[in-house]
Design a protein around this ligand. Structure first.
Ligand code: NAD
Ligand code: GLY
Length: 360
């Protein structure tokens, strides 16, 4: 098992990564001497696969646990279902010594973290991510939240988990499309922070796609290390942390104008990364060679690199100005300078952006 730490002073916490470790979490929890009733928050899809054994492992370790399930889907990551979970916790008598276990992908992780941050003014929670995206990204860093009809993730908190427990074996049941979408975020880390990692991903494509266990553990570990480092330097996104949004300004706009129906988040980010690399090349920030390399690696991983020209440019520009990174309606984009280094670009010529939007 690999262990790393998110260094945040008194709020530091460990991330454990291993294979077949899901039901060993109960043993680790003995270090925490939990006595209050706890809750597993999950959805029926994940709970059916892993829930019962996970629940039994906690019970066998002496933990009194209740299960709270919400329906499966991004559309349930909202206030209503957060309130539903909060109500269940109250009904079941959870107290300030209770811990929540978020067993699932990013949707479950985000809403559970949000609930944990507000239940009795904040109780601990453990991230037990079961999708690649949640293992390399959403379970680490303490961004929690729910969606509002007027915008995704618009309501939320920064609230760090007590620990993150990653079992790569859970990925075996993940639909291939979800796995590939998670890989877009993996490639992102190479572009923003670590050229060697990017080249590793380029060279080890087959092993990664075959989910070779040791390679997968290394990949997830490197992503978590990078995220942990960025978060330790800028927990509340006053600057640096925004680099984690490379590919997301255009990616998010693609999701918005397609009503979140056509692309998975990672797929939209994949197109966004290629488009933002193209934009960087157009303003002479990035070499043509590096822009081409980013496009090639994204495509080689079976991810989309274009929308086929079907998106409305005006709608895309409007969506981009509503992005959380925008200030006073001005679009800010994370652009690569070379593979392994990015910067936040405050000013983008609309013509250049339009040219790029026309070509994706
Ligand atoms: P998800 O949670 O919807 O999971 C995708 C699908 O896979 C769901 O149907 C889920 O039930 C299923 N699933 C989960 N684990 C499985 C498994 N092991 N086997 C089979 N099926 C499984 O989606 P996601 O991609 O994990 O997360 C997306 C969410 O994460 C979005 O809401 C996004 O806003 C959020 N997010 C948050 C952060 C953050 O920093 N907090 C970062 C990135 C994304
Ligand atoms: N997923 C972006 C962040 O955690 O900041």
């Amino acid at each position: 098992m690999k262990t790393l730490t998110v260094e945040l002073g008194r709020r530091s916490y460990p991330i454990y990564i291993g294979s077949g470790i899901l039901n060993n979490l109960a043993q680790k929890l003995k270090d925490y001497r939990l006595t209050s009733k706890c809750a597993i928050v999950s959805n029926p899809t994940v709970y059916k696969l892993y829930g019962e054994a996970f629940y039994n492992s906690l019970s066998e370790a002496g933990l009194n646990t209740v299960v709270v399930l919400i329906p499966d889907g991004e559309e349930y990551k909202d206030f209503f279902w957060a309130y539903y979970i909060l109500s269940k916790l109250l009904e079941e008598g959870l107290d300030r010594g209770s811990v929540l276990f978020a067993l699932g992908g990013g949707v479950i992780g985000d809403i559970t973290g949000f609930v944990a941050s507000t239940y009795m003014r904040g109780i601990p929670y453990v991230q037990v991510p079961t999708t690649l995206l949640s293992q390399v990204d959403s379970s680490v860093g303490g961004k929690t939240g729910v969606n509002h009809p007027l915008g995704k993730n618009m309501i939320g908190t920064f609230y760090q988990p007590m620990l993150v427990w990653i079992d790569v074996q859970t990925l075996k049941s993940l639909p291939e499309r979800e796995f590939l979408a998670g890989l877009a975020e993996v490639i992102k880390y190479g572009v923003i922070w670590d050229k060697d990692f990017f080249e590793f991903l380029r060279d080890q494509r087959e092993a990664v796609l075959k989910q070779k266990e040791d390679v997968l553990i290394e990949v997830i570990k490197r992503c978590c290390e990078i995220k942990a480092e960025v978060v330790s330097l800028d927990e509340r996104e006053s600057g640096l942390r925004a680099i984690l949004n490379f590919g997301h300004t255009i990616g998010h706009a693609i999701e918005t104008v397609t009503n979140y129906r056509q692309y998975l988040h990672g797929e939209a980010v994949a197109i966004g990364m290629v488009a933002e690399a193209m934009l960087a090349q157009k303003i002479s920030l990035l070499s043509t060679e590096d822009a081409e390399m980013i496009k090639e690696v994204v495509a080689d991983y079976g991810l989309p690199i274009s929308t086929g020209g079907r998106l409305q440019r005006a709608q895309m520009l409007k969506a981009m100005s509503l992005d959380k990174k925008a200030r006073g309606g001005r679009i800010r984009v994370v652009l690569p300078q070379r593979i392994g280094r990015v910067r936040i670009q405050e000013y983008i010529e609309v013509e250049k952006l339009t040219e790029v939007l026309n070509s994706i």
